[in-house]
Design a protein around this ligand. Structure first.
Ligand code: ADP
Ligand code: MG
Length: 297
């Protein structure tokens, strides 16, 4: 009969000696080392302060232990959050609190706050954000992305140009599979600025492959200055555009922003710009017509 494998350390299976039998002074000397070994860095770093506070509040042992653990958990959560924010590659920091809803009356604040709960991310649904330049699409993408990170979802922010450039290059180098896998990983993939610049001819097919792969698995939040009716022009292929939209819009939330650029609004206020002739608030900026929604959900 095969001999049973020995446990890796001599201590495994041994019972912990009673407090009388151990040298407590020696244990206290080893405390830093033990905390390091247990990866309790926050307790180690703040030990004196935490113990003083526990004594000041006359916490009993169980309460003091809970107090120390809470400090460690808070520190680990903070680290996770800051690492996840770095990995997400947001272009800047923007929050929902910093979004002036009064400046953009076409947006329903209740709907955005509901989307900020990230139930749609949990369900693997998609979100499409349409509107002319400067109306806050990227701001909302970053703000919602940060909400998703805060709720523990993996998020990656990219632009349509960067994403498709990477897929096209991946295909040329025989690395398409690797790139598709990489962009399929995050629970929420944010794709900014679809439609601003012309795409390479094969971009539509590659984009379709990515959307298909993520379909009903992970969420996509995509923003565009072009209404979805014009995406066949964006991708240069009607059939591919229809296939992409079919999957993207199946379980999706479409938010259409109709209004003036926030940037130009600020400039107008300072007297640098005057409203366009006949300027209706939804006339679009820079010759870009206001988009029409494909499907309001
Ligand atoms: P878009 O992506 O639609 O072109 P951005 O999100 O980049 O527009 O917005 C341009 C700038 O204006 C950003 O600095 C953004 O934070 C700010 N901004 C846009 N809309 C609002 C708003 N409603 N409240 C506060 N800041 C806004
Ligand atoms: Mg933008």
């Amino acid at each position: 009969m095969a001999r049973q494998k020995q446990p890796p350390t001599a201590t495994a299976g041994t019972t912990f000696p009673t407090a009388e039998a151990v040298d407590i002074g020696k244990l206290v000397e080893d405390l830093d080392g033990m905390l390091t070994r247990l990866r309790l860095g926050a307790i180690r770093e703040q030990l004196d302060g935490l113990l003083e506070e526990a004594a000041r509040r006359q916490l009993n042992l169980r309460e003091a232990l809970a107090w120390l653990c809470a400090a460690e958990v808070a520190s680990k959560e903070q680290r996770r959050l800051s690492m996840a924010m770095t990995i997400a590659h947001f272009p800047f920091v923007r929050t929902l609190e910093g979004f002036e809803f009064e400046a953009q009356p076409s947006i329903d604040p209740g709907k955005i706050r509901d989307l900020a709960t990230c139930r749609w991310v949990a369900n693997g649904d998609n979100m499409v954000l349409l509107g002319p330049p400067g109306v806050g699409k990227t701001h909302l993408e970053v703000a919602l992305g940060r909400e998703a990170v805060a709720r523990g979802y993996t998020v990656q922010f990219t632009t349509a140009m960067e994403l498709l450039g990477s897929l096209v290059k991946g295909q040329q180098q025989g690395m398409l599979e690797v790139r598709l896998a990489q962009y399929s990983k995050p629970k929420l993939l944010i794709i900014d600025e679809l439609g601003y610049l012309p795409l390479e001819p094969q971009a539509g097919h590659l984009f379709f492959q990515l959307i298909s792969r993520r379909y009903e698995q992970g969420s996509v939040l995509i923003s565009s200055n072009r209404p979805v009716e014009e995406w066949d022009e964006v991708f240069g292929d009607q059939v591919v555009a229809a296939a992409i939209l079919d999957r993207l819009l199946h379980h999706s939330h479409v938010v259409t922003i109709r209004g003036d650029s926030y940037r130009l609004r600020e400039k107008r206020r300072s007297g640098l710009f005057r409203p366009q002739a006949g300027g209706s608030s939804s006339s679009g900026i820079g010759g870009v017509p206001p988009p029409t929604p494909a499907k309001e959900v």
